[in-house]
Structure formats: C-alpha cells, structure tokens
Ligand binder design. Sequence first.
Ligand SMILES: [Zn+2]
Length: 326
Amino acid sequence: MAYRDDVYISVKRAFEENSQRARKDAEQRRRSLSAKYPEIDEVERKLSMTALSVFKAATMGTGELQARIDAVKAENQMLLQRRKELLKLYGFPENYFEPVYKCKICNDIGFKDGIMCQCMQKELSARMLEVSGIGSLAKKMRLDNFDLSYYSDDPDGYKYIAAAYKAVKKFCEDFNGNDDDSLLFIGNTGTGKTHLSVAAAVEIVNKGHYVVYNTSQNIFDDFVYDKTHMSSNEMSRSEKYFKCELLVIDDLGTENITQFSIASLYNLINTRRCDGKSTIINTNLTNKDLRSKYDDRIFSRLMGEFSLYLFKGTDIRMKKLYNAID
Ligand SMILES: [Zn+2]
C-alpha cells in the first residue's frame, strides 16, 4: 500500500482533529452542566480526585492494601451511578459526558492496536479516488457492472472481450504495487476498453494503491506545461505519472503527436518499467498505426512488455443507446 503522502497526511490530520473535537465537546458539556447544577459539580469534583484517592489508598492508611483500593473503586462506582441519575433527573442522556465518536472501533483516531481501522481505509480510498482523475466515471464503470451479454450475439467479439475481462479481473486480484504487469487494450470505439480501464483503476484504488487515470492528451499537456515552466517554483504536473503505482493512459493516439510527446511517452513507459510499476494503456489505433505514429522503441516496448488484449465487435455505446430508446 502506498497512499499519496499529501493525501495520507491530510486524512490522518483530519482524523486526529475529529477525535480531539469529540473529547473537547464532551468536556464542554461537562463544564456547562457542572456550572449549572451544583450536585453534578460536586460529583464531578469527587470523580476528578479518583486518581489521587487511589494513590492515597495505596500509600497511606492501615489494613489490607487491596481492601483500601477496593473501597476507592466502590466509591468511584457509586459516584458514576449518581452522575447517571442526576443527568437523567435533569433530562440528559446518561452518557452525556462521554465523547461522541463516529467510529466506535478506533474512537476516530484511525488506528486500533497499531492497525489501520477500516473507517480510515475507506476515507483514504475515497480521497485517492478524488485525486486519481477517475472522478464520476468511477460510479458508472465498474467490474461488477461490465455486462458481457451485450457481446453475446457476436461470438467472435465476445471471445476477445471475455478474455480481456478475465485478464483485468486477475490483474486486479494480483496487483500489489510492485509487479510490473502492464496491459494494452487495442480496439474500436465503444467496445469496452475505457470501461475496463476505469474499472481496473477503481478496484486498485480501493485496494489502497496510488492510481492516476488521465487521457493521453491531458497527460502530454502536463508534460508540455512542465517543460515551459521549468524554471518556476510550481509543483511538477507530470511527476504523478511517474510516481503512481498504477497509471492508466486513456485513448493513446488522440493526443497531438509531436517529437516531444513521443520522447515523453518513451521516457514515461521506460521509467515506469524500470521502477517495476504497472501501466494500462487503451487505444483506438491498430498495431500498424502504433508502429507508424510512434517510434520503434515505443512500439517494441508496447508489444514486448505489455499484455495485449484486442477489443473487437460492435459499438456497445450505440447498442446501449438503442436499448434505452426501445
Ligand atoms: Zn475506525
């Protein structure tokens, strides 16, 4: 697992603040009722002396040590019971002075016995999804709503799509952030490439990994931006494409292809490969187009080091549209 540092730090800080606020609010309720009701104030004052009473019982007095400590405990229990009764009497819940935490497991700290609580894992996944670039696509394009039946009247197409679906499922199950498996989806528009790419990204984010998803045009725009702002103190826009554990490049070939974009793409693919990081690329270009538009080094990297999946068949987007109209 490797949450992006800034996301992890801000989530952890928010948890600490929530936990602190819950305790502060409880203390505020206690003070306010103590100021209003003298009986409650008296009970609270006695309860606050408990630690001192235990100390006194342990170090002073005569008789059995255990008996003295038991007496303090009994007194404490009696005071807590009295507090409950008084709160009830004045119309407050008996746990009114207890902090109200959203998560009863970790008391909003995010950790329990040194292990990250599920509530924090959930929050981190949600925040990682926000910064991954997947945005609203995450709700529509998931593995569990990828409907293979759309392809059933085209046995040839179905064979290819089913193989890709199976491969993506396995890719997601096996993903651990440092196996350098990479996938290349080649096929026409509307055959499900983007759906499976987004679905893979969502699954991997939910496993707690750092994922970045973007169209090739946006990615290379960021490279151009960095090149033209090299001397400024601004944060690099392309750094995330190198750092993330999974990069999804959507629609390779739709970018404005220049010598610079080709060099950037090679550098990106090559660096990620050397760092043992996975990449998913989908493209409408054919093998032939890929070879002619990019240089041989990129073509041989794509063909040699990516698992290639072909998406053949009818345009599912059109089919879905027709079904909606029928
Ligand atoms: Zn929790």
